[in-house]
Write a protein that binds this ligand. Structure first.
Ligand code: MLT
Length: 394
């Protein structure tokens, strides 16, 4: 019987996902030392000590800015996420955000809460009060979307169905994502163009150095007066100080976001939700199931699906003996790996090697058990970052 694998869980993960790691094969918990993998949502791993035993980190969500991806890559550790698994939940909240802003719903609800519903003049109080909340309709307005990945594309589709015009910008758009976009989406050439043309702007980009303060003092003034900015991606994508200035100056109409913070707290033109974008039962289950399955395929078979720092690699088992090697993407790695294997007496049955950026990954099925000296010889090759023997569990 193979030794159990251990998965340290740092946040609440949907039980449907944890059930994909069966107890006969896995120890799963929040107090494990030296785990094989870490499963998390928003726990911040920057600055945390990640034990040397960890071979994979999996985030039950899309963003990975709470994970030190570069440091883990240098250790040959893949970071998995769940792209698209919560996209519908985020889309629905973006629609709610647009409607909340357009119809002044949070302020209207606050007003309703102040009403004395037993008062004889309730009807008059309602009719008088509602004048302050007259809004505008979404149909016919232009929504600009920055980032046309899974969430951006769903938001575009829904907005078009609501009768909005949609302008989109994404310099990184994949061919597949471009094919999936509704044909009515008008293509913009820059963030600036999106801002200039749109009464609503919704941001759907990851937080990277290149996207930090993507919307800020330099470009908020391009928005039409009274425009609504929606940020359901990451707080740092918008410069909140600059947003505060634009709101106070009356240029930015409203800011709707999923990130409460000290700068904008309590501002009457800000609608801030407590990071609810992915918080639906369906999304939490989808994300947890997706990453748990990816983790399992990696820990047991070395296969990689949806890692943000490694290529996708899958290979059907053709032998009970498999070696997984994470290495730098430099010349002659394959030659050195196969030489070391031959010298260790291992006959290669099947092999897959793929690279992505600076990282490469090799799966090799061999005809006989992989010995410790063979693993040591592979680990000694300069550029090899991590080596695992993955015998088929009996
Ligand atoms: C995401 O990145 O998809 C969300 O932050 C997930 C979450 O709410 O945990």
């Amino acid at each position: 019987m193979a030794e159990k694998l251990s998965v340290l869980v740092l946040n609440q993960i949907a039980p449907a996902g944890l059930a994909r790691l069966p107890p006969e094969r896995y120890r799963v918990g929040k107090d494990l030392t030296d785990p094989d993998a870490i499963l998390l949502r928003s726990a911040d791993l920057h600055g945390a000590v990640i034990p040397a035993s960890v071979r994979a980190v999996a985030r039950a969500g899309a963003g990975v800015n709470n994970i030190p991806v570069a440091a883990l890559s240098a250790r040959g550790v893949p970071v998995f996420n769940a792209p698209g698994a919560n996209a519908n939940a985020v889309k629905e909240l973006v629609l709610a955000g647009m409607l909340m802003a357009a119809r002044h719903l949070p302020a209207a609800l606050r007003f309703t809460a102040t009403l004395d519903t037993a008062a004889p003049d309730l009807e008059r109080a309602v009719e008088d009060g509602k004048k302050a909340f007259a809004g505008f309709e979404l149909a016919g307005k232009t929504l600009g979307i920055v980032g046309l990945g899974k969430v951006g594309a769903l938001v575009a589709d829904a907005a078009i169905k609501l009768g909005m015009n949609v302008v989109g910008y994404d310099p990184e758009i994949t061919v597949e994502a471009a094919w999936g976009l509704p044909s009515q989406v008008q293509r913009a050439a820059s963030v600036a163009e999106v801002l200039r043309r749109s009464m609503f702007v919704s941001l759907h980009v990851p937080l990277l150095e290149a996207t930090r303060h993507l919307v800020g003092a330099a470009n908020l003034g391009l928005l039409p007066p009274g425009a609504v900015l929606l940020n359901f991606s990451r707080e740092g994508v918008v410069d909140h100080e600059a947003a505060l200035e634009a709101l106070t100056a009356g240029h930015l109409g409203q800011y709707v976001c999923d990130f409460p913070g000290v700068t904008l707290h309590g501002h009457p033109k800000v609608i801030a939700l407590p990071h609810l974008g992915a918080s639906t039962q369906e999304a939490e289950e989808n994300c947890a199931v997706m990453v748990a399955e990816q983790l399992r395929a990696y820990l047991e078979h070395g296969e990689i699906r949806n890692a943000v720092n490694f290529p996708a690699v899958q290979m059907a088992r053709e032998s009970a003996h498999r070696v997984a090697i994470a290495n730098s993407n430099v010349p002659n790695m394959l030659g050195q790996i196969s030489t070391a294997m031959a010298q260790a007496g291992l006959n290669i049955h099947t092999m897959v090697n793929k690279s992505r950026g600076e990282m490469a990954y090799t799966l090799v099925d061999v005809d006989s058990p992989v010995t410790e000296p063979a693993l040591a010889a592979l680990r000694a090759i300069p550029g090899v970052l991590a080596v695992r023997s993955l015998p088929l569990a009996g």
